[in-house]
Design a protein around this ligand. Structure first.
Ligand code: SF4
Length: 415
């Protein structure tokens, strides 16, 4: 996750108060006590969105973790130093024990977020949800009414989600909009940012499309380079305007760590005095941390390097505690992800900003080529922005082909 507001706020404050500092050659990467765990407690969902990485449906799925098993995992996560739990699905509000799970997690001292489609919040349950004192509720909105309803494949889904946002806001719950950018909805971004302001929403999360689940099958709809750049420009300008106007909004992005490098270039052009300081901060962030500081547990208890790796399991919490699975680097993917310098290829291998971006999404590389270390085809930076001049043609974002992907992957992982 790329915390745009945090970095812009740091350099904006610095611009008015402190002298710039020089970049240190070996800035140590920020190291939290444990990974953020995104936990898909349930696969069932009342919607069937086009970009769903969990390929959910409105039916029960066999073999999901019981409440006792969830509690055991939670104890292990706490002991291992996991600071943050993001409870997700499917639709987590459909989990029969969601309130108990969230309450227990809060009681144990986790930062607890809930990632929801917002349609199941209502006047009857909102007080109980507010009483949980959740740290954050993220509600997915994929465009204004027409686009959102089409993405969510349900007429009325937009109004239901907006009702959820308002109920949360009125109940004092910190609430954000979660938006996945594609070429079908990029034109709605300005309206959504206005909606955010009008509704006094606390946070806006822009996710780039990653090629997992239905998001993989629909990857030909991924936003084109110019659309992505325009969207990030707009996000940066909106964020900076809010900071300068004293609004306490927060903007973050996800699934494209090249955003950090893009911001650096933007600041070099627009706030050149602050570029050196920002570069230092971004190196400390270090970009992609799937398999290191980001982890995923799915509804069956299988552990993955992040939510986009559901096709690749590291082991199950029924057989081994998460803390053991996460430390085990015998798995070739985990060994690569955790290595100090990931064995990247193509543009990512020669990119001069690799220490900021971290090589971006390995899932996109894998889904397109079968090679998890190939360049990320979702990088929207021009060659001169990554410091290279002569490169072979870039990987093309071709339509989904299951056979092609799976045929190659076994070879690359040696499985
Ligand atoms: S080339 Fe690779 S490492 Fe460099 S910014 Fe793009 S995705 Fe990141």
């Amino acid at each position: 996750m790329f915390r745009l507001s945090r970095y812009l706020r740091a350099i904006e404050a610095d611009a008015s108060s402190r002298p710039t500092i020089a970049v240190k050659p070996d800035v140590p990467r920020y190291k939290p006590s444990g990974p953020v765990v995104i936990w898909n407690l349930i696969r069932r969902c009342n919607l069937t969105c086009t970009h769903c990485y969990a390929t959910s449906a409105d039916r029960d799925f066999e073999g999901e973790l019981s409440l006792d098993e969830i509690n055991t995992v939670m104890d292990d996560l706490k002991g291992y130093g996991v600071p943050v739990l993001i409870l997700s699905g499917g639709e987590p509000m459909m989990h029969p024990h969601i309130l108990d799970i969230a309450a227990r997690a809060k009681g144990m001292g986790f930062y607890v977020g809930l990632s929801s489609n917002g349609t199941l919040f209502n006047k009857e349950n909102i007080a109980e949800i507010a009483a949980l004192d959740l740290d954050y509720v993220g509600i997915s909105i994929d465009g204004m009414r027409e686009i959102h309803d089409r993405f969510r494949r349900r007429v009325g889904a937009f109004d239901e989600a907006l009702r959820g946002v308002r109920l949360c806001h009125d109940a004092g719950i910190r609430v954000g909009l979660r938006f996945t950018l594609t070429r079908d909805n990029h034109a709605d971004l300005p309206s959504l940012l206005k909606l955010m302001r009008d509704e006094k929403v606390d946070k806006f999360y822009l996710s780039h499309l990653n090629y997992a689940g239905r998001g993989n099958r629909n990857r030909a709809r991924d936003a084109q380079v110019k659309m992505t750049r325009d969207a990030i420009d707009l996000l940066i300008e909106t964020c900076l305007d809010d900071i300068r106007s004293g609004r306490h909004s927060e903007f973050v992005t996800g699934n494209n760590d090249a955003d950090g490098v893009y911001l650096l270039h933007w600041v070099r052009r627009s706030m050149p005095d602050q570029a050196t300081r920002l570069e230092d901060i971004l190196r400390r962030w270090g970009g992609n941390s799937s398999g290191v500081n980001i982890a995923n547990i799915d509804n069956l208890g299988m552990v993955h390097p992040d939510t986009m790796w559901w096709d690749y399991s590291l082991g199950g919490v029924r057989e081994r505690p998460f803390s053991e699975i996460w430390e085990d680097t015998r798995d070739p993917l985990m060994r690569g992800l955790k290595s100090k310098s990931r064995p990247l290829e193509g543009r990512c291998a020669v990119c001069t900003h690799l220490d900021i971006c971290g090589g971006n999404s390995r899932t996109r590389a894998w889904q397109l080529t079968g090679n998890p270390w190939a360049e990320d085809p979702g990088c929207y930076l021009h060659d001169d922005e990554i410091g290279v001049s002569e490169m072979p043609p870039r990987i093309d974002v071709t339509p989904y082909s299951k056979l092609r992907n799976r045929a190659v992957v076994g070879v690359r992982f040696g499985r």
